[in-house]
Design a protein around this ligand. Structure first.
Ligand SMILES: [Mg+2]
Length: 249
């Protein structure tokens, strides 16, 4: 992985600024710091101002695992070209691709996880998030969630995350699918995608360095991303550089 803000990589963002480019971001851990209470996650004021500037210069998308309505409210009043929720399944006003019925899955998980301390099932209709940040033992909570998932008898896809386990219908549209869709819709030559978690690997694993600049918040040997930012708060430097480069075009 290469550090995107190093002088050696300056050409990468300069190329983006001079191209027809889409800039896309995950929300939690990327645009906004991860906080103990996920309902309070928000961008810093500095990030919000820079993102508003960016959105005047490029088509900008946010692609989150949150329900679309949830993440859309956190972007206001910035006008973004695309707001995508549920890991790619809720694109703007439409449901993309296959969406399954998770009611039976949720019922099984609720039964198996009843009484598990600090474990909460968030039903986002098209996908479920089983949060365990509040659990007294994260390891025990995760083990219990894994056992609960073994009881599910429907086709699902399970994606780990930062103190959350995501449960999607098998074959659901993912973040990689939706990024390819947006690149097509916007007729852009290149897209930048910034994310920080396992669900973002669906974009990074597209492995299209000519079309998608795959950028992870946090260096990780296990990631398929080509570039990284060291910390979440460096997102402001990335945004500022993309604004500055574009303004000079
Ligand atoms: Mg994230």
């Amino acid at each position: 992985m290469k550090y995107i803000l190093s002088p050696d990589q300056a050409g990468v963002l300069a190329r983006v600024a001079h191209a027809r480019a889409l800039i896309a971001f995950d929300f939690d851990g990327t645009l906004a710091p991860i906080v103990p209470d996920r309902t309070r996650a928000a961008m810093r004021d500095s990030t919000r101002a820079l993102l508003a500037s960016l959105a005047r210069l490029y088509p900008v998308a946010v692609v989150s695992g949150r329900a679309r309505s949830d993440v859309a409210a956190r972007m206001e009043p910035i006008e973004l070209r695309h707001v995508v929720g549920n890991h790619g399944m809720e694109c703007d006003g439409e449901h993309l691709g296959f969406t399954g019925d998770l009611a039976a899955v949720r019922a099984t998980l609720a039964r198996e996880l009843a009484g598990a301390p600090g474990v909460e099932i968030e039903d986002k209709r098209l996908s479920l998030s089983v949060h365990y940040r509040a659990a007294p033992s994260h390891a025990e909570a995760l083990a219990r969630i894994e056992r609960a998932i073994e009881e599910v008898d429907r086709p699902i896809r399970v994606i780990g995350g930062k103190l959350v386990t995501n449960v999607l219908p098998a074959g659901a549209t993912n973040k990689g699918d939706v990024m390819l869709e947006l690149v097509e819709r916007e007729h852009v030559d290149v897209a930048v995608y910034v994310g920080d978690d396992v669900t973002d690997e669906d974009v990074f694993e597209l492995d299209r360095p000519d079309r998608i600049v795959a950028l992870r918040v946090g260096e990780a040997a296990t990631s398929a991303a080509d570039f990284y930012l060291r910390e979440q708060d460096e997102i402001d430097q990335l945004l500022a550089r993309l604004v500055e480069l574009r303004s000079g075009v």
